[in-house]
Design a protein around this ligand. Structure first.
Ligand SMILES: CC(C)(COP(=O)(O)OP(=O)(O)OC[C@H]1O[C@@H](n2cnc3c(N)ncnc32)[C@H](O)[C@@H]1OP(=O)(O)O)[C@@H](O)C(=O)NCCC(=O)NCCS
Length: 166
């Protein structure tokens, strides 16, 4: 049985995961297809959640996806993901994607997003996860902000519960 001891944010973080853009990654506008970037973020955020929880996890919600600038052919994408905070069985993971022009060294901010994952036990039921321990000032700021976003998510969920077609 995994221990529920707290874990530092750094223990599960992914920094500068490299993905080299090729022509098959482009959309009709000749910039990098956003769905590919989102799917890669979801997959990497899952790794952060499973490292932290030591359980199988599923995506419960994704919010505040902002495409800040287009990525272009020949760019190198750098994926940064880390746990912002955990509660009972749920965890918020922040994603930040940058595009590097590897010839000039220029780096641009491409995407930010927040993923909520839920850890599941062997029967597929939500199971509690370790607390996240933020250590740096940046991690502490994200830890505090995550609580504000969670309140918003749970309020929305509450308002929509019982309604059909949502
Ligand atoms: C995510 C899921 C397991 C939650 O199950 P549930 O029966 O709603 O469970 P609960 O109401 O007990 O909530 C469990 C946790 O999920 C959180 N949660 C559930 N839905 C959420 C949402 N839309 N946004 C944020 N958090 C959510 C709850 O806040 C709770 O967190 P806590 O334990 O930290 O307090 C369930 O909704 C599910 O299986 N969804 C489909 C997941 C999926 O298929 N993802 C895509 C493929 S990976």
């Amino acid at each position: 049985m995994p221990s529920l001891k707290s874990k530092p944010v750094a223990a599960s973080a992914i920094e500068k995961h490299v993905y080299k853009v090729f022509p098959n990654d482009m959309n009709s506008h000749n910039t990098v297809f956003g769905g590919m970037i989102m799917a890669k973020c979801d997959r990497l955020a899952l790794v952060v959640a499973e490292r932290h929880s030591a359980h199988v996890c599923v995506t419960a919600a994704v919010d505040s996806i902002h495409f800040r600038a287009p990525a272009k052919g020949n760019d190198t994408l750098l994926f940064n993901l880390s746990l912002n905070r955990s509660w009972g069985s749920s965890m918020e993971i922040g994603a930040r994607v940058e595009a590097e022009n590897s010839y000039t060294g220029e780096v641009r901010h491409i995407l930010s997003a927040f993923f909520t994952f839920v850890a599941l036990d062997e029967e597929g039921k939500p199971v509690d996860v370790p607390e996240a321990v933020p250590e740096t000032d940046e991690q502490k700021r994200r830890f505090d902000n995550a609580e504000i976003r969670r309140k918003g998510r749970l309020q929305t969920r509450e308002k929509l519960s019982g309604r059909t077609g949502q």
